[in-house]
Design a protein around this ligand. Structure first.
Ligand code: KIV
Ligand code: NA
Length: 261
């Protein structure tokens, strides 16, 4: 675990896998850090797993800043990534910088946005001013309506070739991290092998430098995408605990007499 990005590059060179998970508040960010993650992403998946929306399009910059503050306070050693939400960066490098600085002030250390070469000016502008940028390619959920659903990307040889060139160009244009979502494993492996910067994968096979998953998918809450794994049935565990509480009050075994628990 380290706040220093050069240790991520060294880890990549040694072939050591790094691990990220999303988090949206202090207690879960703290649990993730105690479990030993290297990075915590305050994702705009916030809209889906915390706010209960069907997609990420409703999330605002103010909400991202609020959640980033909570997470950043918990992350002593792990690197804090935060997403720029829809509409907060696309117009211009200046708009992008302004929004990024809001998240930096909230405690983010790496700023992620969805999209590649169409934002090359944004990347060069921001990188020249010291911003650590993570470029999210492949399935970019903010463009959901362009596809009419969450769809795997770069599934034809031509599209894969295009994405490979795009990723490598961005890696040379000042990005500190690439994130590949829902692309073929062989493509993600090729990009990771050639990229000088760490590649984080989700639904992109085992050969990226790092993996990220959505917290609620890891913990067994709700319906996870096919590439995710629930490592614990968290919903069942917590439902049981809450059920015990409800029952204890009803049968008057809680609270105990004379202030006893
Ligand atoms: O918002 C998010 O959680 C993400 C990850 C799925 C990569 O962008
Ligand atoms: Na996101």
């Amino acid at each position: 675990m380290s706040k220093r990005i050069d240790t991520w590059i060294a880890a990549k060179e040694r072939g050591e896998k790094r691990v990220l998970v999303t988090a949206y508040d202090h207690p879960f960010a703290k649990l993730a850090e105690e479990a030993g993650v290297d990075g915590v992403l305050v994702g705009d998946s916030l809209g889906m797993v915390v706010q209960g929306h069907r997609d990420t399009l409703q999330v605002t910059l103010e909400q991202m800043a609020y959640h980033t503050e909570m997470v950043a306070r918990a992350c002593q050693r792990s690197l804090v990534f935060a997403d720029l939400p829809l509409g907060s960066y696309e117009e211009s490098p200046a708009q992008c910088w302004r929004s990024a600085s809001t998240l930096l002030r909230a405690g983010a250390e790496v700023i992620k946005w969805e999209g590649g070469l169409e934002f090359r000016e944004h990347l060069e502008f921001s990188a020249a001013r010291g911003l650590n940028v993570c470029v999210h390619l492949g399935l970019t959920p903010q463009r959901l309506r362009q596809w009419g659903g969450f769809q795997r990307q770069a599934t034809t040889p031509a599209a894969a070739e295009r994405l490979e060139q795009e990723a490598l160009t961005l890696a040379q244009s000042g990005a500190r991290f690439l994130l590949l979502e829902a692309v073929p494993a062989e493509l993600a492996a090729r990009i990771s092998a050639q990229s000088p910067i760490p590649v984080i994968g989700i639904g992109a096979g085992p050969d990226t430098d790092a993996q990220v998953l959505v917290l609620h998918d890891v913990l067994g809450f709700g319906k996870a995408p096919p590439f995710a794994r629930a490592f614990v049935d968290g919903a069942a565990l917590l439902r049981a605990g809450l059920g015990d509480y409800v029952q204890a009050v009803r049968e008057q075994s809680f609270p105990g007499k004379a202030g006893k628990r």
